[in-house]
Design a binder for this molecule. Structure first.
Ligand SMILES: [Zn+2]
Length: 421
């Protein structure tokens, strides 16, 4: 009996500590299933845009809006429905996006099972009554079934339409509006650098108050459609650089910042999980450049560098995963006299100083400069710090604002100190 007790105890010990230590090594869901890194055009499964209605229960559901994702919706019984979402193609990294609207002339509570093809439930549902103000679903109305990779939610539907979405909607039109608003400032210029495969504008923002910048900062984002928290971080980061602070003004008088905030507008508006309209992961196309969007962004960044003929000093690509993390690209992260390494570490130290309660999570495990991601290409091409800045899927939105705008301040201070030296 005592032996059995000890056995169970040691089993629990192994389970507990075994799990917690393996937890640390989990790099989120950003692994690449075999075949997902081939970047020539692939077939995608088109989603039918439609409104479905149930004549007896008077429930209506629709995916007829940008960012919408709902492949099938059916009734299991009078209060239980199933919503099915299919990845645009497979193999694919699991970023199981869903987004649809519901309403009913009869006020009623319904249950919804969220099911996925080629993926499993990942995002905590967000609700909105106008498509712009969002709240996270109440935990008492949300159950995840990890065995079946599904989730069940309870919703109160009525005449007021409910937007029900994996994350807040941040569609191409919302970007274009934000860019228009930002470019009202006289030191912000916008320019269309080309069109996506489906003809949506790829837009570049230039922020500077000098004709002779001492260097360039490159910022890109939204290669992966569901990565909305990364998009929020990019927005706050850029707004800090274009902001009213003395620091920002001083920075703009010395440097030029180039932002391409939306690299994959087609994927975003199509409600894709990961890929562009050609079924390809754009952030694996930075060696072969098979896709229109990556080619256009690359050429634009090279052209600016050539025209201004000054060094690129820092590159950041914004993404999302389970938790906030900075992926650092470098040839040798242990080399203490490496200027690129040192610059990056000073930036992190400054972010730490500004956010004493925030854990600056640095991951150097993916630092292979030969990978086909944008950060590797930028690192190799411009010989400067090039990072992937990831925000957690469920990181508090206020925390994203705080850390990303202070990360921008930290970068401005760092580069200003560099030119003063
Ligand atoms: Zn990503």
């Amino acid at each position: 009996m005592k032996n059995l007790f000890l056995f169970v105890l040691s089993l629990l010990f192994i389970l507990f500590f075994g799990c917690s230590s393996s937890q640390k090594s989990i790099k989120g869901l950003s692994y690449d299933p075999p075949g997902s890194v081939i970047t020539t055009d692939k077939e995608i499964e088109q989603q039918h845009k439609r409104t479905i209605s149930f004549s007896l229960t008077k429930v209506f559901v629709s995916n007829e809006f940008d960012g919408g994702k709902l492949n099938d919706f059916y009734k299991i019984n009078d209060t239980l429905y199933a919503a099915e979402m299919y990845a645009e193609n497979a193999p694919i990294n699991n970023s199981a996006w869903f987004s649809f609207k519901l309403w009913s002339p009869i006020k009623q509570n319904i249950h919804l099972v969220l099911k996925y093809k080629d993926g499993s439930h990942r995002y905590i549902p967000k609700l909105s009554y106008d498509g712009t103000a969002w709240q996270i679903i109440d935990s008492s109305n949300y159950f995840v079934d990890t065995t079946n990779n599904t989730a069940t939610v309870k919703l109160h539907v009525g005449l007021d339409t409910i937007w029900f979405s994996a994350q807040e909607l941040f569609t191409s039109n919302m970007y274009y509006k934000w860019i228009d608003e930002l470019s009202k400032k006289q030191f912000v210029k916008k320019e269309k650098i080309g069109n996506s495969a489906l003809g949506k504008p790829l837009v570049k923002i230039e922020i500077s108050e000098t004709e002779n910048p001492k260097g360039l900062v490159y910022i890109i984002g939204r290669q992966h459609p569901p990565e909305v928290t990364g998009a929020f971080a990019l927005k706050h980061f850029v707004e800090a650089i274009a902001g009213d602070s003395k620091l920002a003004e001083e920075f703009r008088k010395k440097f030029k910042t180039i932002v391409i905030p939306l690299v994959n507008p087609d994927g975003v508006d199509m409600g894709h999980w990961r890929h562009n309209s050609n079924g390809v992961d754009l952030n694996r196309d930075w060696v072969n450049f098979n896709q229109r969007e990556t080619k256009i962004v690359k050429e634009s960044l090279l052209k600016i560098k050539e025209e201004d003929n000054v060094p690129v000093l820092f590159c950041i690509d914004f993404h999302s995963t389970q938790k906030d993390v900075f992926y650092v690209t470098s040839k040798d992260l242990t080399k203490e006299d490496d200027e690129i390494y040192n610059q990056t570490m000073i930036w992190f130290e400054k972010i730490r100083e500004k956010n004493p309660d925030y854990f600056v999570n640095i991951d150097t495990s993916l630092n292979n400069p030969n990978s086909s991601t944008s950060d590797s290409w930028m690192y190799n091409t411009f010989n400067c710090p090039a990072l992937t800045y990831e925000l957690g899927d469920e990181t508090e939105r206020e925390s994203i604002k705080q850390t990303s705008s202070s990360a921008a301040e930290a970068l401005m201070e760092l580069l200003l100190e560099k030119v003063k030296r």
